[in-house]
Design a protein around this ligand. Structure first.
Ligand code: FES
Length: 114
């Protein structure tokens, strides 16, 4: 169970996750970008909390991802936007358990577009 009561999400490990380094997984109510950075799994909601930019097309660097639309940068560990005030993306702690990934939200989306 995530902080704030949101249940963890369990999805099968996408077949090409490690080859591609980035995949989109879909659940009943959201799309999530799962990334591999230096062997570490990270995840963030696909749609940017600002104006729905596609973070699946974002640029990842040093534990952050940059939205391709307006360039806001989000921490993949905290969700916090690093270059504008008061905006947060939903990011997840990711654990692999057998053939599944368990995604546990560690932040909730917050920002102008919401
Ligand atoms: S839509 Fe992502 S920064 Fe504006």
């Amino acid at each position: 169970m995530a902080e704030g009561g949101e249940p963890s999400i369990r999805v099968p490990v996408p077949q090409d996750l490690h080859e591609r380094g980035l995949v989109i997984v879909e659940t009943d109510d959201r799309e999530i970008v799962v990334l591999v950075e230096a062997g570490t799994l990270r995840a963030i909601d696909r749609w940017c909390p600002h104006e729905d930019g596609d973070l699946g097309e974002g640029m990842m660097f040093r534990g952050n991802i940059k939205c391709p639309v307006h360039g806001y940068i989000f921490s993949l560990t905290k969700g916090r936007c690093l270059n504008t005030f008061g905006m947060t993306a939903r990011v997840y702690e990711v654990k692999q358990e057998g053939d599944d990934l368990v995604l546990t939200a560690v932040s909730q989306p917050m920002g102008r577009g919401l």
